[in-house]
Structures are given as structure tokens and as C-alpha cells.
Design a protein around this ligand. Structure first.
Ligand code: GA4
Length: 318
């Protein structure tokens, strides 16, 4: 299907007939592992169901998210500006990117979660309990998926990826987004790849997320099944798999009738961790594509560039 793009002078290809993988984590371990590997190679994206995150924990976090975004603008501003953490409205990052979105960006570290909560919620303890419970549950799911990945890769890296996320110093983040209804076709959050290892995202059952295929064709991601988590491969996982997995380009569109909220957990290594290819994934025939660097170095590079720019090329070996 070819649709008019948000920019009326540019015609963009959109295909809604592509079946994106939905992986049932309650099925046989080696089967899930194979399906995840294939999805990471083909799309850098898949959905998981029967993922073990309790509905009660999700509902609690969704209630807090709804409550925060329902507050008057002046109250929400008290939790901002996002530099990069805190409340942000329309401004994304530090280089002038804008979108039809408001958000709350939080570090997942328990100490950070406990700070400045009085600016976010009138019942800070309830908010803290909801965020900590959600972060713990999605961290566990991210680790489970990363273990299935390393098992499937059969590299001698069993547990290496999940270890980076479990580390007390892990730089993982939680982002709560609200896309108020606006003119259809407007961009909520512009195209980009996630810099981290893996992203777990849920929405309130309203569509808007789109992923880009390698040829640049956009595919809308259906918001169903509502119980599912969307999983994105991030830049660091593309680098650690020596380019075998794809860090998926994605964006969020707004719609004209319903407001959309989403909650994204970005699983990241500690800032001082050195990132390089997993053992066995670079060989003489398949030499390393990227140089080693620390996550702090990579993160700095992401904030120096506009949202849609590729950071991966900066770390490519000749
Ligand atoms: C994209 C993924 C995460 O939402 C995020 C974003 C970050 C921000 O909003 O502060 C960035 C963006 C994201 C990549 C490029 C830079 C940094 C905005 C931006 C323009 C929190 C992250 O880690 O990188």
C-alpha cells in the first residue's frame, strides 16, 4: 500500500500486510530461542506473549502513567525539564528534535526512582512502588529474552547479556509517553533506532508504532494482542552480534481520535562497561565490524546527534 506521508511532498511506502513475529514464551525453550533469533535477524523486532509479567503490575503502572499525564500542564512542568531525565513536552533530546508527544523519562536505578517524586506524584510512595515493581518485572523479562538469545547463538557468552542488565550499575531507563490526539499523519516520535541493548514496549491498545524494513518501507505494528510486549533490538545488540541482528528503525505516529500512551524499558549496560562483539561472532571470514567502546562513550555520541541520525557508523571499523 502506498500512502501520502506526513510530508505531503514525499510519498512513502507503507505495507500493512507483513506478519510480524509473535513469540509465545511459554512454549519449548529451544523453539522460542530459534524464533527470537530469526526475528532479530529479519526485523530486529518481535512481540512476546505469555511473558510472565503479572497483569496487576502492568495495570498499576498504567494507572500511574494515566494519572500523571491527566494533570494540568503547569503541574507536569514541575517534573521537568527533561535534561535528559524528567518531564518533557514536544522537545526530544538536546539537538532540537520535536514531536507530538509528552513524556517522563526516568532512570531505572532504585535510588533515582526515589528522588524528586514529589514533583511527579501527589502520592510519591504509590508511584515509587508502581515504578519499582514494573522495572523489576520487565528487567526479568529482558534478561529471559537475552538468555534465550545467547543460548541460541551458541557462543560461549551464556548469561553475558543478561548480566549487563542485572548489574546494579546498569544504565537502563524507563520512558512513559503520551501522544494526545492530533491531526492524523503527524509524527509523535520521529524515526530512530534505540541506542541500548533491547527495548520492551507496551501501549494502551492504541496503534501508532511503525517499524522500518531494511528497504525503508514502513510497517504499522498492530496494538494486538494487548497483552503482548513489543521487543526492539537496539544498537548495542547489533554491535555485539557483529551485525547479525538489526537495530530496528521505528517511529510513533499520532492519530486523530484517541490518545495513546506507551511505556518503554530500555535495557542498557553500566556506563563504564566496554562493548565489543560477543565471543565466536567475529571470525576470520567474518571480521569484527565495530570497534570497542564504553557505553558512556556511545551514549555521549547519541546525545551529540539528531534523533534520526545513525550512531552506528561512528563506531564502524574500515
Ligand atoms: C531514543 C531511545 C530512548 O527514548 C532515549 C532517547 C533519547 C532522549 O529522548 O533523551 C534520545 C534518543 C533516544 C536517541 C538520540 C538522542 C537521545 C533523544 C535524542 C535526540 C531515552 C535514548 O536513550 O535515546
Amino acid at each position: 500500500m502506498v500512502l501520502a506521508s506526513p510530508n505531503p511532498f514525499k510519498i512513502e511506502k507503507i505495507r500493512d500486510d507483513i506478519e510480524l513475529p509473535i513469540i509465545d514464551l511459554s512454549c519449548d525453550r529451544s523453539k522460542s530461542s530459534k524464533l527470537i533469533l530469526k526475528a532479530c535477524e529479519d526485523f530486529g523486532f518481535f512481540k512476546v506473549i505469555n511473558h510472565g509479567v503479572p497483569q496487576q503490575i502492568i495495570s498499576l503502572m498504567e494507572e500511574e502513567t494515566h494519572e500523571f499525564f491527566s494533570k494540568p500542564g503547569s503541574e507536569k512542568q514541575r517534573a521537568g525539564p527533561a535534561n535528559p531525565f524528567g518531564y518533557g513536552c514536544k522537545n526530544i533530546g538536546l539537538k532540537g528534535d520535536m514531536g507530538e508527544v509528552e513524556y517522563l523519562l526516568l532512570h531505572s536505578n532504585p535510588l533515582f526512582i526515589s528522588q524528586n517524586l514529589e514533583f511527579i506524584s501527589t502520592h510519591p510512595n504509590k508511584f515509587r512502588v508502581a515504578v519499582s515493581g514494573y522495572v523489576e518485572a520487565v528487567k526479568k523479562l529482558a534478561c529471559e529474552i537475552l538468555d534465550l538469545i545467547t543460548e541460541g547463538l551458541q557462543s560461549s557468552a551464556a548469561g553475558v547479556l543478561s548480566g549487563l542488565i542485572r548489574d546494579v550499575e546498569s544504565d537502563s531507563l524507563l520512558r512513559l509517553n503520551h501522544y494526545p490526539p492530533s491531526d492524523a499523519g503527524k509524527i509523535g516520535f520521529g524515526e530512530h533506532t534505540d541506542p541500548q541493548i533491547l527495548t520492551l514496549l507496551r501501549s494502551n491498545g492504541v496503534g501508532g508504532l511503525q517499524i522500518s524494513l531494511e528497504d525503508g518501507v514502513w510497517v504499522p505494528v498492530s496494538p494486538y494482542p494487548e497483552s503482548a510486549f513489543c521487543v526492539n533490538v537496539g544498537d548495542v545488540l547489533q554491535i555485539m552480534t557483529n551485525g547479525r541482528f538489526l537495530s530496528v528503525r521505528h517511529r510513533a505516529m499520532v492519530n486523530s481520535y484517541k490518545s495513546r500512551t506507551s511505556m518503554a524499558y530500555f535495557a542498557a549496560p553500566p556506563l563504564q562497561e566496554t562493548i565489543s562483539c560477543l565471543p565466536g561472532l567475529a571470525t576470520l571470514d567474518n571480521p569484527p565490524l565495530y570497534r570497542s567502546f564504553t557505553w558512556a562513550e556511545y551514549k555521549k555520541a547519541t546525545y551529540m546527534k539528531r534523533l534520526g541520525c545513525s550512531r552506528l557508523n561512528l563506531f564502524k571499523l574500515q
